[in-house]
Every structure is written in structure tokens, then in C-alpha cells.
Design a protein around this ligand. Sequence first.
Ligand SMILES: [Zn+2]
Length: 208
Amino acid sequence: MNRKTANESPHAKLPGRLYRKQARWWWNVQLPGDKSSRSRALKPQGARCATTDRQLAEEIAFHLWQEAVRAEARAAARTEQVMRMQRLRLHFREKLKALRDVIASAEARAEAETAERLTLEVKLNSLRNQLTQMSPCESCGRSVPQSELQLIDSGQRLCRSCLDDLRRATQRQPSQVQRAEDGTQGTGLPDRRDIHGSDVLYAQTGSR
Ligand SMILES: [Zn+2]
């Protein structure tokens, strides 16, 4: 083989093996992108046969090698691009999922807050109703706000005025009123007519 030295040829460091077959130049090489090494005829552009010129053969080989390197680089870039797109897609999907989770939890929180507010409103309304609802005093029969009625031991609900009367009466006749209050005698409290400032009536009530 008529090999040139590294100093003589700029292509001396080409990979593979240049060889002659019937005076024509061939190249056995594994180029980037090849699965294994194979032989190729080093044909000048447009020619049907490999060249017989060693220097031209090296130039053709160098050109083929450059092309293969570029093609490999393009393929690698495409692969990298595809992988980057896949990573981006995955990243985007995760972001989207996280965003959906945020929205879902915000919606859940809003729903919970709405439910809580409704419950609170119902409670407030019922409280307001209790405060403003009128009921008759079970002693004088006067209609007063329910919140003002006081439950006494006998189970009756009295207005403040009747309660005050009862207290005054209790101070005067503790034993009899006590009997009336705890319901050990009669039906409990007398009605307002009876309570009104009369000791005598208490005595009557006690005997009822
Ligand atoms: Zn009353």
C-alpha cells in the first residue's frame, strides 16, 4: 500500500483503513451513525467507479467522514430536541396538574366557607327570631319578647314585671311563695290578679 505519512497528507488521521482494490481506492470504516465498519468505494462526485488517485481518495474519504459527523450531530440535536420537548411537556403537565389542584382546593375552600357562612346565618337568624319572638307571660298574659321570659321552678315563664312582683311577695311571705314556686301545692303560681300586692291572695293560692 502506498501510504503517505502524516506530514504529507492533511487527511492522514482519517479513521478506518484506506486500501486499493484493482487499482481503485476503497475505504473500510465505521463512520458516525454506522452500526459496524463497512467498505465503500471512494467515488468522485458523478463518477461510476472509485478513483485511482490516492490524494483524491483521501479527500473523498474526508468529505464522507465530515458528512457523517454532521449528520450524526444533526441526529443528536434532533434527539436532544425531542427529549427537551418531552421534558417540557412533562413539566407542563405537572404544572397544569398542580394548578388544577390549587384551583380544586380553592374551590373546596370557597365551598366550605360558603357552607359555614350559611350555617352561621341560619344560627343568627334563629337567634334573632328568638330575641324578637313574642310569647305571653304565663302569669299576666302580656305578650313580651321570648328572651325576656324567665323560667321559674314551677315550669312557668314569667315576664320581668311578674318576676319582680313575685320577688317582692317572696320577701314578704317566703314560705307560702316557696310552696307555690316549687309546685308542691296547687298549680304553682297564681295569675297576676292574685299576685298583685296581696298577702291574702297568696294564702288563697296556697290552699287552692
Ligand atoms: Zn307577666
